[in-house]
Each structure stands twice: as structure tokens, then as C-alpha cells.
Design a protein around this ligand. Structure first.
Ligand code: ZN
Length: 254
């Protein structure tokens, strides 16, 4: 069956001397991998139309038994060239695309994830020097939520107790995937990460913030960001086998 759709290129790899393997995220078909035969040939219609972070209109034949679809036509709609001028934004975009590629099952529709990925890649194109660092951890948290793997922050993950003003829930248990109360902490398995109230409030706000604008405007102190970075990193590693690309992205942040 042949299908036409809009798609964001997550990753482009050589397949042979002349062909490319391209991983895409689409709304209707979710994540898919296509073979772009002859893409490196001088007269190929694919030349200049495919690269990582591009949004393209693609025409493809659905997957064969090998799991590969065949790319028939591809036209770049939004190449996001300015993203390539900013190393921090570019590395953050690579990390995000890698997470999407590794955590998204193939084939299932991904309407919300597609909108999220497109909006983050678009905002990373903007010439704001701190855009990558301000959005990185919000992006990780949002992505976990969109894929049904959101950490639980509203109740103790052991006893179900809700926190209150005198009993804040601000210790994250990594094995339990969310907060744990002081009573349950002595029996909790390690590792766990205490955060200050401000950092916990930021995580809760990020989890329900769908748009890049409000996420960008929420500023963390360096101490809060360091705590969030460690806690989210441990959750991603423990539950999702976090990409090594995270360390590269973090090392480039100011
Ligand atoms: Zn508890």
C-alpha cells in the first residue's frame, strides 16, 4: 500500500553506497523506517530533501516483511537550517530525536507526540542562546508523559498518601518512579533524590505544561536545575535505559 504523509526525520543513516535508511515520526503511522534507494546518486530526487530534523512530505510503500518501508518521494517542507548553526540546539535536537526513536513503538499513531516534537524543534531554531538549556529537562519530562511513562508526583508511590503544607512530597524514589513520603522512605529501595520545594514545584508545573513558551519562561536556580538533572537522569536511566546522548547535550549547556 502506498501512503502520503507529513513526517519529521529522526535519524538518517547510510544503508549502502548509494542508499539511506531514514527513521521518521508521523502523526498517522507513528514511527517508521524507510529505505531511500539511490539517495546518494547525483540525479536522485531525494538530494537536498532529507536530513535529520527536516519536516518533509513523504510518499512511501508500507513495510515489507523485513520491517522496512520504501520511500518513493520526499519533499522538504521545513528543513530547520538555522538549527544547524547552533551547536547546543543541534545536540539537544539530536538527543530529543534519539529519545523519540528509542522510546516510541513502531506503527501506532502519534498525534500528540508529533505536535510536541515539531514544536520543540521549531523553538530550537530560534536565535536565543539559552533556549536549549531552558527546555531540555521539560522536554524529557513531557516526553515521558506523552509515552505513558510519567513519573508520579501527586501521591506517595508506596502508600498513596497525598502531601500537604507540613508534609511536602519532595523525595523522588527512582525504582518507584515518583515521589515517596517521609514515613515510607526508611523502607524505600535506593536510589532516591530529595529536592527542594521549589524544584519539586517546577517539576509538577513542567509535567502539565504543554507549550514551549510557558516552559521556557519558568526559570530554575542553578541548584534546582542540578537536582532536577540528577533525579530525571536517574529515572530515565533506570526505567528507560536513557540515551548516552544526554551526557553530550548536558556537557554543552552553559
Ligand atoms: Zn508513603
Amino acid at each position: 500500500m502506498i501512503s502520503k504523509t507529513e513526517a519529521v526525520a529522526l535519524r538518517v543513516d547510510p544503508f549502502s553506497r548509494t542508499s539511506l535508511l531514514v527513521s521518521w515520526l508521523t502523526r498517522e503511522h507513528g514511527r517508521l523506517v524507510t529505505l531511500a534507494k539511490g539517495a546518494h546518486r547525483p540525479r536522485s530526487g531525494f538530494r537536498g530533501q532529507i536530513d535529520a530534523f527536516y519536516t518533509c512530505e513523504i510518499l512511501f510503500y508500507s513495510a515489507s516483511r523485513s520491517g522496512l518501508s520504501t520511500l518513493k518521494e520526499c519533499a522538504a517542507i521545513n528543513p530547520r537550517e538555522s538549527l544547524r548553526q547552533n551547536i547546543r540546539a543541534s545536540v539537544s535536537a539530536s538527543y530529543l530525536c534519539d529519545l523519540v526513536q528509542r522510546l516510541t513503538p513502531p506503527g501506532a499513531p502519534q498525534e500528540a507526540l508529533y505536535a510536541f516534537l515539531s514544536s520543540v524543534l521549531d523553538v530550537l531554531c530560534e536565535p536565543r542562546i539559552d533556549v536549549a538549556s531552558r527546555l531540555l529537562h521539560w522536554t524529557e519530562l513531557r516526553l515521558m508523559g506523552l509515552l505513558g511513562m510519567a513519573p508520579r508526583f501527586d501521591r506517595c508511590t508506596a502508600c498513596g498518601r497525598r502531601g500537604g503544607p507540613d508534609e511536602p512530597l519532595n523525595i523522588i524514589s527512582v525504582p518507584r518512579g515518583g515521589v515517596i513520603c517521609a514515613q515510607c522512605l526508611p523502607t524505600a529501595e535506593e536510589p532516591f533524590f530529595p529536592l527542594d520545594r521549589g524544584a519539586m514545584a517546577i517539576l509538577k508545573t513542567w509535567q502539565i505544561t504543554a507549550d514551549t513558551g510557558p516552559a521556557y519562561r519558568l526559570v530554575c536556580s542553578p541548584k534546582q536545575r542540578a537536582g532536577i538533572e540528577r533525579a530525571l537522569g536517574a529515572l530515565l536511566t533506570y526505567h528507560l535505559d536513557c540515551s548516552p546522548g544526554r551526557q553530550i547535550a548536558l556537557s554543552l549547556l552553559p
